[in-house]
Every structure is written in C-alpha cells, then in structure tokens.
Design a protein around this ligand. Structure first.
Ligand code: GLA
Length: 388
C-alpha cells in the first residue's frame, strides 16, 4: 500500500521532495454508546482499515488535497491564508478544518502541503471515516511541521474541535481518541469526563467481531444526534438542582433512581436513564472481560441495544431486525446497534464456529424481512494512527 500510494502521489503531484505515508484507522465501539458527550465511559477499538495519506511540504503557502475516493471532486486547492469552510470543497473541508484548528491553537504551520488520501473504510458505515481523515491530517501536520510538543491526545482533541466548530457537527471525543490512541488486540476503556484511559486486552481467540451494514442510509443523523445532546443537557441541569454533578456519567443507577423525579419530562427521563445505565453497563462489561466472562460481556451488549432502542430511541427497524436475527443464532455472544444510530451498522461478537451461519442466516432473514442486502465485515483490531 505504501509504495503504491507514493507512486500515485508522484503521478498526481509530480517529482519533488521526499514523500511520507501515514495511516489512521477506523473504529468499532464494543459498548458505551452515546455516553461520550455525557461524561461517561466508552469501550472502542481501532480497526485495521482506515485512511492512508501520502504527503510532503511545499515551498509556498498552497494547500493541495486529493482523494482517490472522490476523484470526481478533483483537486481541492486552497492556501494557508484561505482556510474558511467552502461547500464546494466537499470532503476537503475535513483536512482544511484540522489545519485551521492547528492554526487557531497557535501551532506554527510554516509552509503549504500536498496530500493524497486513500481510505479503505467502506463508505457510510459510521465507523469513523471522517475522524480518521482528521486524525491522519493532524499527524501529518505534527510530523511535517516539527510540532514536537503536540501529543496524540492533542491531535484527537484538535480533530474533535475541527469536527465541532469547523464542520458544525456535535460529535464527542470517542472516534478521534480511539483512532489516535488505538492498540492492536486491545480496546480502550476511556473515561470521557477526564480522558483517563486504560487498554484492556482483547485478544479474542474463540470469537470474531462482525460489523453488519444494514444498508439503511442514515437519515438526519446530525439533527437527531444534536437533539439527544440537548435533551441530556437539560436533564442534567434539572438534576443539578438537587445533586452536585458535572455530568450524567457521574451517577450510579441507584443514585439516579433517587433523584430522577427532578426531570420534568418523560422523554428527558428516558434519555438520562440511558446515559446513566449505559455508562454503568460499560464499566461492568470491562470488569466482566477482565474476569474472562465473555458471556456477561455479550449480555451487556444486548442490554445496551435495548436501552438505545427503547430509552434513547436512536435505533430503527432495520437495526432492530439485524440484532433480533443475530440474537437467535447459537454462538452469538452479543449484538447491538453501533455508533450514532438511525441506520448504519450493528456490532456483534460471534464464536468462530458460528460465523458462517451468522452471515448466511442473518443475511437471508434480513433480506426476507426488509428487502435489503446486509453486508458483513469480519474485522480485526489494529493500532492507532502512525507514520508508515
Ligand atoms: C457518533 C459520534 C461519537 C459518539 C457516537 C455515539 O459516532 O461521533 O462521538 O457520540 O456517535 O456513541
């Protein structure tokens, strides 16, 4: 991949200084959904698929960006003095947003850049492709501009900022953090309230992680995601009248029960209950994994799905069908919808011996019930962003 990308880079940009190649993965979240903007825990891992980028410095202040995935967009050309968001720059706004964020954080970007991107993350799965473009761009800036005091966590934070302030999407820290900090055969137990984290071994020898794409396009995700954030914040403010907490993630299920009557609407109560119980499930799931109790881990994944469906209402019929069909198969440890929701994917942990049957049966029954073709990806955990 490395040499191929360098060759293509030279074809597109011409000969010149040395070209370096970088990689940032996609991510899968095992449990802890919609907790990362509620000061709760998440438990994701980095994948082996992601975004590759070849890059070199320019001698002027021009920024030239090209993606092999969006050749129809052509070359996105801008300069350090002209980094504002522009609709017609399409995907190119993601890297531009990261560069702009570095500049706003007083990082010295001393010259222009040429970057060639290529992603092997299947499109529209909701497994972190935009965050992987952002993080790989942040890594390029750090390496090519000699920003030695910028850590991988800073790159994750700057990527989130670019997403929030430049792209105008409310996403949390989970995706960029996992992509920047992932470790092969491990998942990251991240406390999003203070970014403390621990790597938990995940060398599954008897099971596989399967991502199933529902093929259902994710409709108005941004809007509905934002609505959930607002509902959680309002519920938090109501609770803060009786209890000194900064985030919903600070509450145990027991304490939540004692104070929940402060929440003035049934919908906000549901949203807050999900945020609290999902955080507790995530803590329990990591403890179960440490004990080697994969069965309990799977049960908690299943409970996560029900809570996302019933309390948080971010699932949809297609995701529910995929999960129900998965639960019916012997050898499925756990299965749930993953990511923001409203379409997209499920994540399942499946015993090796049941993988073929899982793909066959879930695929067939899903097709019968929805008319849609599901896609299955047996994924491997990988390392976080790196220079190749
Ligand atoms: C999206 C966001 C994440 C997280 C998940 C839900 O993937 O980008 O920050 O909030 O939704 O867990």
């Amino acid at each position: 991949m490395k040499q191929q990308l360098v060759d293509q880079f030279l074809e597109i940009y011409g000969e010149g200084d040395q070209v370096n190649v970088y990689f940032a993965p996609g991510r899968v979240n095992l449990i802890g959904e919609h907790t990362d903007y509620n000061g709760g825990h998440v438990f994701p891992c980095a994948l082996t698929v992601g975004t590759y980028a070849a890059a070199r410095r320019r001698s002027d202040d021009q920024i030239w960006l090209y993606s092999l995935n969006y050749p129809e967009g052509g070359m996105v050309k801008t300069s350090l003095g002209d980094l504002a968001y522009r609709q017609r720059d399409g995907w190119g706004n993601y890297p531009k947003g990261v560069i702009q964020t570095f500049v706003s954080k007083n990082c010295r970007i001393s010259c222009g850049l040429e970057i060639l991107y290529y992603g092997d993350i299947p499109k529209g799965l909701g497994i972190g492709s935009s965050a992987s473009i952002e993080v790989v761009t942040g890594l390029i800036l750090r390496e090519l501009m000699g920003l030695t005091d910028i850590s991988m966590v800073d790159i994750a934070l700057f990527s989130q900022l670019a997403e929030n302030e430049y792209m105008g999407m409310g996403s949390g820290i989970m995706d960029p953090f996992t992509i920047a900090m992932g470790k092969k055969d491990h998942a990251i137990f991240l406390d999003t309230s203070d970014l403390s984290y621990m790597y938990a071994p995940l060398a599954l020898s008897h099971e596989k992680i399967i991502i199933t794409n529902s093929g259902k396009a994710r409709v108005s995700v941004d809007e509905r995601y934002h609505e959930r954030r607002v509902q959680c914040r309002q519920a938090l403010e109501e609770l803060q009248r009786v209890i000194a907490i900064r985030d919903l993630g600070e509450l145990t299920a027991e304490v939540f029960e004692q104070v929940q009557e402060m929440i003035g609407s049934p919908v906000r109560l549901q949203r807050a209950r999900h945020a609290v119980t999902e955080n507790q499930r995530t803590i329990q799931a990591v403890a179960a994994l440490k004990r080697g109790d994969i069965f309990e881990f799977g049960q908690l994944m299943n409970a996560s799905h029900l809570s996302l469906k019933e309390d948080y209402e971010v699932s949809c019929e297609e995701l529910d069908i995929l999960v129900e069909e998965a639960w019916d198969i012997d050898g499925v440890v756990g299965s749930r919808m993953m990511g923001a929701g409203f379409g997209g994917c499920t994540v399942s942990i499946v015993e090796n011996s049941a993988v073929n049957e899982f793909i066959r049966k879930v695929g067939q029954n899903y097709k019968e019930r929805t008319g849609l073709d599901a896609e299955f990806y047996v994924v491997e955990t990988g390392n976080g962003a790196a220079v190749l």
